[in-house]
Design a binder for this molecule. Structure first.
Ligand SMILES: Cc1ncc(COP(=O)(O)O)c(C=O)c1O
Length: 462
């Protein structure tokens, strides 16, 4: 088979017929078209625990839980069994006019595990859609309750909430939105926390979220037209695991309440114990109007998402059939029974006695071992919340000067990582660790040490 896109240096590496076929037919997500020709894709044949195995039997640690979804490890016996059990009974049914036990149990569990104000669960099948649903519910709620002018949202600079057009309208990252800016909703971007380069010279451990002023100004100026504010609580993932303190969220809750504006929490990346508590809102006693969850909900087995909201929102949609006041939003795979069954088992595993304590222990080890990364001359900051660790690499440590984009140091480190059995996927200049919770303490040590070696191999040449 001839592949005209193959880089000459790579012809030897890329001889596998399946890889060549892939290159010929498949358009991969979030991948510059030249990259698979420069570094052959990993042809993964099987996965177990925290490891991916390629078709030649090589092993790679899944350092980022396969895009932050695989909470409990690949090929988990209990999740496999839950899936097979459900498969014997029913794989799929539509979810309008029909309900089923896996969805009923899951909604019950989610309502029990989240703050008291969240009492209704709407099912869908991916994170972007969970966000779309929250935005649409909020907009329709305000229309139904006589505030039709409340028709836009505030979002944080660098925030990420998915890539469908509605979700993109509340994304604060130019990389994702700039090609589509002209067709997006006219929302309000707000400068959010930037703790590493804090303009007030404060530390996230002790500040009072002085940077909240920007959000307060937005709420003071635009509350008449604002339906809601959307945030990724505590960690802005795609922005490079930017972390900020809970005091910001407390201020947001109080200010939005005072201005009659909804609060939308996107816990798609941080839910299910990633930051230490089952959910950020529940762990910090916060009460968003909407909570969006996906990714880890099935521990990476099947696509599933939920948008939770309050009774006050739900009740507003009680109008008559002829008025079409109900919520018109449907997906073929809403509440898929297989996905719900695996989600129920995922939650059962997370809720087992001692689970959160064992995670706390692992998070402690990760923080301790990561000290060695702080010694690297390019360490701008190592930050960590729960089971998310991130190292921001900078060219100049004192001035925190970033490496130029065209150097693509993240991609170079990714390639070095592969040679050391790590599947990293740095976000630009940020190398981060978000492993499945099944990782053992000695594996945490290996992960950090090998990541450090990969970084050194790239940056010592700079
Ligand atoms: C915070 C956040 N929101 C939404 C999404 C979109 O989820 P999905 O990729 O399932 O559409 C992501 C995905 O990375 C995310 O991190």
């Amino acid at each position: 088979m001839v592949c005209d896109r193959l880089h000459p240096d790579n012809k030897k590496a890329m001889t596998d017929p399946d890889l060549l076929q892939d290159l010929k037919n498949i358009w991969h997500p979030c991948t510059p078209l030249k990259d698979p020709a420069i570094t052959p894709l990993l042809l993964v044949d099987r996965a177990s625990g925290i490891y991916l195995f390629d078709n030649k039997g090589n092993r790679y640690m899944d350092v980022i839980s396969s895009w932050w979804v695989n909470l409990l490890g690949h090929n988990h016996p209990r999740l496999n069994r839950a899936l097979s059990r459900q498969m014997e009974k029913m794989a799929h049914v539509m979810f309008a006019g029909i309900t089923h036990e896996p969805a009923i149990r899951l909604a019950e569990r989610l309502i029990q595990g989240t703050p008291d104000n969240l009492t209704r669960v709407f099912f869908s099948d991916n994170g972007s859609t969970a966000v779309e649903i929250a935005l649409k519910m909020s907009l329709q709620y305000w229309k139904l309750s006589g505030h039709a002018k409340k028709n836009r949202f505030a979002y944080l600079k660098d925030g990420y909430h998915g890539e469908t057009l509605g979700a993109l309208s509340v994304c604060g990252s130019q990389l994702f939105r700039d090609k589509f800016d002209d067709v997006l909703m006219s929302n309000v971007e707000v400068q959010g926390p930037d703790c590493l380069r804090c303009p007030f010279g404060l530390k996230r451990e002790s500040c009072q979220a002085e940077c909240f002023d920007a959000m307060q100004n937005t709420l003071d100026t635009h509350s008449e037209s604002l339906a809601g504010v959307i945030v990724e609580p505590l960690v802005q993932g795609a922005a490079g695991m930017k972390m900020y303190p809970p005091v910001y969220l407390k201020k947001l809750e109080d200010a939005c309440k005072a201005k009659n504006v909804h609060v939308i929490y996107d816990e798609i990346a941080v839910g299910f114990y990633r930051t230490g508590s089952m959910f950020v809102c529940q762990g910090h006693e916060l009460h968003p109007t909407f909570l969006c969850l996906s990714k880890g909900i099935t521990s990476g087995y099947l696509p599933l998402a939920v948008t939770l909201t309050e009774n006050s929102v739900y009740e507003a949609f009680q109008g008559s059939f002829e008025n079409f006041n109900w919520f018109v939003h449907s997906h073929s795979y809403s509440a898929n029974p297989l996905a719900c069954a695996v989600a129920n088992e995922t939650l059962a595993l997370l809720e087992e006695p001692g689970f959160s304590e064992s995670l706390q222990q692992k998070s402690g080890v990760m923080r301790e071992v990561a000290c060695q990364l702080e010694e690297l001359p390019w360490c701008g900051e190592y930050r960590q919340i729960g089971m998310i660790g991130a190292l921001e690499l900078v060219r100049d440590r004192e001035k925190l000067t970033p490496f130029p984009v065209e150097k693509r140091i993240g991609f170079e480190i990714f390639k070095e990582g592969l040679t050391r059995g790590l599947f990293l996927r740095p976000l630009g200049n940020i190398v981060y660790f978000m492993p499945p919770y099944a990782i053992e303490e000695d594996e945490i040590k290996t992960m950090i040490r090998s990541a450090g070696d990969s970084i050194r191999a790239v940056l010592e040449k700079e």
